[in-house]
Design a binder for this molecule. Structure first.
Ligand code: FES
Length: 120
């Protein structure tokens, strides 16, 4: 037996880090969870949020087509229903009808081999 510490992973598998290139956002279905989980990678940082716009109670899926979660400039997550924009790093709405509200942030763990797990 080696003396190396073993990483204990809790949570649910989302994707492999290689599935989300820098500057890209993708949605991943999680078994038993209605909204997808959006994973966005920017400048080497990975962030995850429920695909549930806070404009309406219960949350509205934000993409107008598969994985279309970013605005045109790639600077913000966008809800395409009414144009809300959300900060990539915090999920806070900075423009639109839910100004000041935030997406539900999901903590993630990335293993040494690149698997991404969501703390949900
Ligand atoms: S449902 Fe997202 S901005 Fe209206």
């Amino acid at each position: 037996m080696s003396g190396a510490a073993q990483q204990v992973i809790t949570g649910r598998y989302l994707c492999h880090i290689g599935d989300v290139a820098d500057g890209i956002a993708r949605g991943f279905a999680v078994s038993g969870l209605r909204p997808k989980v959006i994973v966005v990678r920017k400048n080497g940082h990975l962030h995850a949020y429920l695909d549930a716009c806070p404009h309406y109670t219960g949350g509205t899926p934000m993409a107008w087509k598969s994985d279309a979660y970013l605005n045109g400039a790639g600077t913000h997550l966008a809800c395409h229903s009414h144009g809300a924009l959300f900060e990539l790093a915090t999920g806070e709405c900075v423009l639109g009808p839910c100004l000041g509200q935030s997406l539900t942030k999901i903590d993630v763990t990335i293993t040494a081999t690149g698997e991404v797990f969501a703390a949900i």
